[in-house]
Design a protein around this ligand. Structure first.
Ligand code: HAM
Length: 420
């Protein structure tokens, strides 16, 4: 039997129900902020990510699934959604003299070392706002995240960290100072950090290596390089978060792994998923649109890691709807087609109720066992007696006090409604 590719998971029916609940909940919250859906391709020219996310980032350097198209073009499976989103809006003229607030969802691909909470195909729901320079929209996006955690019932598992990276000039100045400080100490750095010193020095701040962290104690500090305008932006952001009662921690080491960020960056983190602590991450990327060939456009956004959100929902023991609400048991082959008609009629009468028709025969006892195992609340029994009398037997499978009653077809919806 051919197996699934490493790091690419099947989401099986029992788990997919929780996934659906999480996706629906998040998407409802995002829609309540009036962000509009955009659907983006899975494949883009490799150049988009090389220029957008950054040549020297881990993602572009070693994690992309890149393939040659038949005509020799280099294409990559998207490792994230922001660059595609910018490309799509710019290509379609939707950033010209107008602002946009959009949301997207779907699988992303990164060749990372798989472990719990980290996969090679993973799922994001993102939100991006274009054309707003002030910190109010940064806060709107953070508030949107907070509303998602609340709606999912996982708010107590997640904390917010924020930082400001300053303007791109401030970043460049800081990078130079950091490299000047670390270069003489190079041999004392961990292997990854030694490599990053040449390619992406700010990521060294992220290092988990204790010796490297020790060396960083005396390193130049990013906040000392942040320009006045960016400082004011960050202060106003914090004041608005305070006013909204959203708690946060300023983490000066929060630098993010993608090159496009400027000013505000933020991460929603959890302690409950081992080393894969970031559940949602984002920030401002005011230079990206221009860098990809468009006009100077302020932009900010985030992406939620759905795989991790679902793991947290499991921890919070989120209960999900069973596959079926009502299970129809039909006794006798001759009644099977009548049972099918009955199921159609009930679905029409109660569009919110999922109706599963038993198949494969067997006596009522066996069928009721299946009904019970399906998680359904109700079983409807349809045998010779019911067919003759026109009355159906409806049984509440979870509450003996409601028990079993005989009803005409037209009364079923009302009985279910009154006892739900
Ligand atoms: P990112 O930090 O690379 O940012 O990813 C965002 C979130 O996706 C992470 O916080 C994490 O929850 C989830 N994630 C990333 N990699 C994996 C993986 N291998 N397995 C499971 N989950 C993963 C971005 O992608 C930016 N585009 C976010 C953004 C939007 N910034 C501005 N707008």
């Amino acid at each position: 039997m051919v197996k699934a590719v490493r790091g690419m998971r099947d989401i099986l029916p029992r788990d997919a129900r929780l996934w659906r609940l999480a996706e629906d909940t998040i998407q409802k919250v995002i829609a309540s902020f009036a962000y509009e859906e955009i659907r983006l391709p899975l494949l883009e020219f490799t150049e988009l990510f090389a220029r957008g996310v950054g040549e020297a980032t881990d993602i572009v350097e070693k994690e992309m699934y890149t393939l040659a198209d038949r005509d020799g073009d280099s294409l990559s499976l998207r490792p994230e959604g922001t660059a595609s989103c910018v490309r799509a809006l710019e290509e379609n003229g939707l950033l010209y003299n107008q602002s946009q607030r959009v949301t997207y969802a779907g699988p992303m691909f990164r060749y990372e070392k798989p472990q719990k909470g980290r996969y090679r195909q993973f799922y994001q729901i993102g939100a991006e706002a274009f054309g707003f320079a002030g910190p109010d929209v940064d806060v709107e996006l953070i508030a949107m995240g907070a509303a998602c955690w609340k709606a999912l019932g996982i708010a107590e598992h997640i904390a917010l960290e924020v930082n400001s990276l300053g303007s791109s000039q401030a970043r460049i100045a800081y990078k130079e100072a950091l490299v000047a400080y670390l270069t003489p100490l190079k041999t004392e750095l961990d292997e990854d950090s030694q490599r990053r010193l040449l390619t992406n020095p700010m990521r060294i701040l992220d290092s988990k290596n204790p010796a490297t962290q020790e060396l960083l104690q005396l390193a130049p500090k990013l906040p000392d390089f942040v320009d006045e305008e960016s400082k004011a932006h960050f202060q106003q952001l914090q004041a608005t978060l305070d006013a909204m009662g959203i708690s946060y921690k300023v983490n000066p080491n929060l630098v993010r792994g993608l090159d496009y960020y400027t000013h505000t960056v933020f991460e929603w983190v959890t302690q409950d998923l081992g080393s894969q602590g970031a559940v949602c991450a984002g920030g401002r990327y005011d230079g990206l649109v221009q860098q990809l060939g468009g006009r100077n456009t302020p932009a900010v956004g985030f992406a939620i890691g759905l795989d991790r959100v679902v793991l947290l929902c499991e921890l919070a023991q989120k209960t999900v709807q069973p596959a079926a609400d009502l299970y129809i048991c039909v006794l006798g082959d001759e009644l099977q087609s009548k049972g099918m008609i009955l199921a159609s009629q009930l679905r029409e009468q109660m569009p919110q109720t999922s109706v599963r028709l038993h198949m494969g025969g067997g006596n009522f006892k066996k069928q009721l066992k299946r009904a019970d195992a399906s998680g359904a609340t109700w079983a409807l029994l349809y045998g010779e007696e019911e067919a003759a009398s026109g009355e159906l037997s409806l049984k509440h499978l979870r509450d003996p006090s409601v028990g079993q009653v005989k009803l005409l077809l037209g009364q079923v919806a009302q009985h279910i409604g009154a006892n739900s």
